[in-house]
Structure formats: C-alpha cells, structure tokens
Design a protein around this ligand. Sequence first.
Ligand code: HEC
Ligand code: HEC
Ligand code: HEC
Ligand code: HEC
Ligand code: HEC
Ligand code: HEC
Ligand code: HEC
Ligand code: HEC
Length: 423
Amino acid sequence: MVGNGAWTQVRTLIIAVVATLVIFGLAVIVAGIGRRTDMAHPDEPVDALAASTDDCVTCHREESPGIVEQYTYSAMAAGDVSCRDCHEVPKDYPAAVAHEGTFVLGRPSTARCQECHESQVAQFNASRHGLPAFVAYAGAQDLSADHLAMYEAIPEGSFSASKARNQLYELEGPAITKFACETCHNIGRPHEDGSVGQCQDCHMRHSFSLEQARKPETCNACHIGPDHPQWEIYQESPHGIAYATDGDNWNWEAEPGTLTAVDLPAATCSTCHISGFGTTGGSHDVGERLTWYLFAPQSSRRPDWEANMTRMQGVCISCHNENFIETFYADADAATGAVNDWVAESDEIKATLVAQDLLSPAPFDETFDFVHFNLWHHWGRTAKFGAWMQGADYVQWHGAYEVLHDLVHLEEIAAELSEGTTE
Ligand code: HEC
Ligand code: HEC
Ligand code: HEC
Ligand code: HEC
Ligand code: HEC
Ligand code: HEC
Ligand code: HEC
Ligand code: HEC
C-alpha cells in the first residue's frame, strides 16, 4: 500500500509528466503552424539592415525610423545598396549639403540612379516623362544649351503646340501653379547636376517596390481628372474590373522581364505601357507603344507609329487573338478621326471670328476661349482615351456628348458676336 503522502507525490509526478507532454505537444503543433506559414510566404521580406553598423542607418533609425524601416525590406537593401550610394556626394557636387562629417543630396537626382540603372535612365530621358513634361509648363526658353539639345533630340518629344511658357501657367501665377502644374510635370524637371527627372514619382522612396510601381494607382497621381482621366477610364474597363476584383491574388513581384498572363491575368497601365510582356520588351520610354498624339487638339500620327503599334499589340496578343486586336485598332482609329472632325469644326468657328476681328486671339480672356478649350482639352481627349482604353461612359457622357453640347454653345456665342450682342 502506498501511503497518502507518497500518493500525492506520485500524483504530482503524473500531472507534471502529462503537463510536460501537453506543452511539448502544443509546442510541436505551434512550430508546425509556424512552418506552414513560412511555406505559404517563401518570400518573407528580409530585414537587411538589422545588423548594420553604418552610422547613416544607426542614427536615422532613431531620427527618422520610417525611412530606415521602408528601406531595410527593399530589394536594393538586400542587394547591398547603401544610403550612401544614393545620397553621399563630393563636397563640390551641385546641391550638396554638409551633413555629419560628409556631404549628401537631400533629394538624390537621376544621375545617382544612372550609375547602376543606365538603360532605365536612358529610356526615361527619351520619353515625354522627361524634359517634354517640364517644357509643357515652363517653356524651353530657360533650358541650358545641353538640355535644349537633349530636348530636341527626343524623337517624339518636341511635338508641342508651343515651346513657350504655357499661358495658363502664366495666368494662374506661382502661388497656384507650384501646387498644380508643377506637382505633376516636375516628373521631367532638370536638376542642378544636369540630370533630368524624378524616378521617385513612380518608385516610392525608400521601398522602391515592383508591386507598388506596377499597380495602376501609382499612375493616378497624375493621370486623372477631366483632361486625362486614364485612371477613371481604367476603373471602368474590363481590365480595371479584373484588377479591382482579383488583383489581390496576382503575382506582383515577378522578376522584370518574366511577367506573363499567369502572373497578371488582365492588363494594367504598366503592362500596356512599361512592363516587358508577351513579345514586347520592357521600357521606361512610355511613348514607344503609341500610334497617335492623342493629347493634341487634333491627333496626328507619331513618327514611328507602325513599329510602336507592333510593340503595343505584342502585349495584347498574350491575352487576345490577333483578329480581335486588329479590328479593335481599326475601330479606335475611326473614333479618333471622328473626334478630330469635331475639333476641326470648332477650330474653324474660332478662326472665322478671329479673322473678322470679333474675337481676340489672346487666350483665356473671353467665354469663347474657355468653351473652345473644354471642347478639345477635356471632352475631345477624354472621348479618344475612353475608346482606346475601354471606358464607354467616358467616350459617351464625359466625351462625345459634351463635345456636341460645346459645339452648339460655340455657334451660339459666334452668332451673338456677329450680331454685336455680346462683348
Ligand atoms: C548622428 C545622426 C545622423 C547621422 C550619423 C546621419 N544623419 Fe542624416 N540626418 C540626421 C538628422 C537629425 C536629420 C534631420 C536634419 C534636419 O531636420 O534639419 C538628417 C537629415 C538627413 C537628410 C535630409 C537632408 C536634407 O537636406 O533634406 C538626408 C538625405 C540624410 N540625413 C542622409 C544621411 C546619410 C546618407 C547619412 C550617412 C552618410 C546620414 N544622414 C548620417 C541625423 C543623422
Ligand atoms: C536608391 C536610392 C536611395 C537610397 C538607397 C536611400 N535613399 Fe534616401 N532618398 C532617396 C530619394 C530619391 C529621396 C527624395 C525623395 C523625395 O523626392 O521626396 C530620398 C530622401 C531622403 C531623405 C529626405 C526625405 C524626407 O522626407 O525628409 C532622407 C532623410 C533620406 N532619404 C535618408 C536615407 C537613409 C537614412 C537611407 C538609408 C537607410 C536612404 N535614404 C537610402 C533615395 C535613396
Ligand atoms: C549602387 C547601385 C544602385 C543605385 C545607385 C541605385 N540602384 Fe536600384 N537597384 C540596384 C540593385 C543592385 C538592385 C537589385 C537588383 C535585383 O534584385 O535584381 C536594384 C533594384 C532596383 C529596383 C527594383 C526593385 C525590385 O524590387 O526588384 C528599382 C525600382 C530601383 N532599383 C530603382 C532605383 C532608383 C529609382 C534609384 C535612384 C534613386 C536607384 N535604384 C539607385 C542598384 C542600385
Ligand atoms: C494632375 C496632374 C497634372 C496637372 C496638375 C497638370 N498636368 Fe498637364 N498633363 C498631365 C498629364 C498626365 C498629361 C499627359 C496627357 C496625355 O498624354 O494624354 C498632361 C499634358 C499636358 C500638356 C500636353 C502635352 C505637351 O507637352 O504639350 C500640356 C501643354 C500641359 N499638360 C500643361 C499643363 C499646365 C500648363 C498645367 C498647369 C496650368 C498642367 N499641365 C497641370 C498632368 C497634369
Ligand atoms: C512612370 C512611372 C515610372 C517612372 C517615372 C520610373 N519607373 Fe522604373 N519602373 C516602373 C514600373 C511600372 C516598373 C516595373 C516594370 C516591370 O513590370 O517589369 C519599373 C521598374 C524599374 C526597375 C526594375 C527593372 C526594370 O527595368 O523593370 C528599375 C531598376 C527602375 N524601374 C528604375 C527606374 C529609374 C532609375 C527611374 C528614373 C530614371 C525610373 N525607374 C522611373 C515605373 C516607373
Ligand atoms: C508625377 C506625375 C506622373 C506620374 C506618376 C505618371 N505620369 Fe505619365 N505623364 C505625366 C505627364 C506630365 C505626361 C505628359 C508629358 C507631356 O507630354 O508633356 C505623361 C505622359 C504619359 C504618357 C504619354 C507619353 C507620350 O509619349 O505622349 C504615357 C503613356 C504615360 N504618361 C504613362 C504613365 C504610366 C503607365 C504611369 C504609371 C506607371 C505614369 N504615366 C505615371 C505625368 C506622370
Ligand atoms: C489594355 C492596355 C492599356 C491599359 C490597361 C492602359 N492603357 Fe493607356 N493606352 C493604351 C492604348 C492602346 C493607347 C493608345 C495608343 C495609340 O496611340 O496607339 C493608350 C493611350 C494612353 C495615353 C495617351 C497618350 C497620348 O498620346 O496622349 C496615356 C497617357 C495612357 N494611355 C496612360 C495610361 C494609364 C495611366 C493607364 C492606367 C490608369 C493606362 N494607360 C491603361 C493601352 C492601355
Ligand atoms: C494580361 C491579359 C490581357 C492583356 C495583355 C490585354 N487584355 Fe484586354 N482583356 C483581358 C481580359 C481578362 C478581359 C476581360 C474579358 C471579359 O470581360 O470576359 C479583356 C477585355 C478587353 C476588351 C473588351 C472585350 C469585350 O468584349 O468587351 C478589349 C477591347 C480589350 N481587352 C482590348 C485589349 C487591348 C487593345 C490590349 C492591348 C493594348 C489588351 N486588351 C491587353 C486581358 C488582357
């Protein structure tokens, strides 16, 4: 017989053994779950700067932890690119500021990126995202000789109604335009060191993530609103709806150049305009796939439009058949022509009034000027963009219908001016 005290000891021992087994079992299960989670996310971001002793990192972890936190998980941090690679410059470098015993750029220029990403910078420089975007508001008159030569060498770049400072920009004045034109068009502003543009307008510092750049919201910082509603049109399109309803499941981080319809089953802005996809190689020259100058009042063909068309269609045919795409192009060309005809009509009304001295040629000083501008700049463009990017409501109610309405309005104003009933 075991005594009472001994029984208590045995019972305690049994409880201890069982408890140990239970805890050990739970630990095994939890570890298993942990492993399963790891397997579901094989690409868990790596905290690349965790052990860094670089004083840029250690001090900024205290002073601006958000910046270090964003950068540490980036592909560039994993690739041993340091804060200094982008920021640190010699003392006499243009725009260098003294900082903690060295010299840095507060906003690294494209010249910094160029040291490692030469082709992306060259393509960007050859596009309308480069100097043409800046000239669109500031004019070409203050460009340095080098920048003027660079601007004029861009094949599709110097196509513009005017290389003079933009008249609306002048009219509104710097208190407004700093927050308006410049916010979007400085994507192509020149730097003190001679390089051009802001890569960070699409590549958010300091994460520089492919997923972020590839998602269409990145473009809507600028491609939005009544005059270029590409974002709104995209949301209405079958591609945009696929993105909105299923995009969470897409493979956004696929290596550049390897993207297929398995990764991204419907097109995004980046698929059609930038990424390597189908038979078409990736490029930061966003003009390389376009056939028309759609932003112009009356659209004309681009210099290299046939080669450009082959590149764009090389993207479409990953997901559509060739016949479908050829028919689509013929139809969208016809829609572009129809809008051209309406804008030509409005231009004739204007030219007649100016010739008769009934309208001053100065811009934006009479109601006529605003209605005429709305007609092509908002509704005409929108109808064309809607047709090319599958936004029916923008072709119709924010496009063609408004064009027709404004044409009637212009004719009414013209009649009043002829009768002398308005000034
Ligand atoms: C001892 C702390 C410390 C060290 C070391 C340090 N920084 Fe800073 N840094 C700061 C602080 C604080 C500011 C904010 C200064 C301010 O607000 O005026 C700053 C600002 C900056 C800025 C913005 C400058 C501007 O003009 O906008 C950059 C870029 C920068 N640091 C990069 C670096 C780099 C690159 C290194 C390593 C070469 C570095 N920092 C080392 C503390 C530090
Ligand atoms: C791949 C290039 C690159 C690397 C690497 C990089 N930066 Fe930057 N950094 C930039 C760019 C571009 C900007 C300007 C962003 C803008 O236009 O607002 C910037 C801006 C800054 C600023 C000023 C921004 C502000 O909002 O105050 C600080 C401070 C800074 N970086 C610190 C760092 C530190 C610290 C590291 C390393 C942990 C680092 N950067 C690594 C490119 C880089
Ligand atoms: C010192 C060299 C160096 C500099 C300077 C540099 N990069 Fe990088 N960049 C790299 C390396 C290395 C990678 C990683 C390539 C890889 O993983 O295949 C990279 C990758 C990238 C990526 C792709 C990220 C991804 O998730 O795959 C982007 C976007 C990028 N850099 C943008 C920039 C921009 C913008 C600048 C200038 C502000 C810049 N880089 C400056 C070396 C550099
Ligand atoms: C919300 C961003 C944004 C703002 C603000 C903005 N633009 Fe634009 N602008 C664009 C985009 C995007 C395009 C390209 C449209 C296209 O290609 O379809 C463009 C096109 C243009 C064009 C035609 C292209 C060219 O180079 O001839 C001119 C001119 C222009 N903008 C001038 C201005 C002026 C002047 C202002 C201020 C009064 C201004 N923009 C404000 C984003 C903007
Ligand atoms: C209009 C937006 C935009 C601008 C501006 C931009 N990028 Fe990109 N970038 C992208 C997109 C989108 C991708 C992803 C391309 C893909 O799917 O392969 C990308 C990818 C990259 C990559 C990864 C490799 C590759 O080519 O796909 C690098 C490196 C890069 N960009 C560097 C730069 C540099 C340097 C600049 C400034 C000269 C810049 N980018 C300006 C949108 C932009
Ligand atoms: C910071 C503002 C900004 C962002 C962000 C931006 N763009 Fe642009 N984009 C512009 C401006 C401004 C123009 C017009 C430049 C001009 O013609 O004067 C333009 C023009 C274009 C054009 C027409 C080029 C031509 O040759 O006429 C395409 C296509 C384009 N952008 C695609 C994109 C895509 C795709 C994205 C997102 C990945 C994007 N943009 C992000 C400002 C921006
Ligand atoms: C399914 C492919 C596709 C998608 C998705 C797409 N685009 Fe387009 N985009 C086109 C085509 C095609 C054209 C007209 C090309 C031509 O002129 O031949 C065009 C024209 C443009 C233009 C007009 C350039 C000019 O001449 O004025 C801009 C700017 C633009 N797209 C930006 C965007 C932005 C921003 C997004 C995302 C919000 C987007 N696109 C989504 C295919 C696409
Ligand atoms: C990555 C795949 C992919 C690419 C690339 C792509 N599309 Fe699409 N497209 C789709 C999907 C998915 C739909 C939706 C079909 C549906 O609604 O059943 C669609 C629908 C369309 C529609 C509407 C069809 C209809 O019946 O209403 C048109 C037009 C279209 N795409 C044109 C284009 C053009 C032009 C290009 C190239 C500039 C292009 N697409 C590139 C996947 C793609």
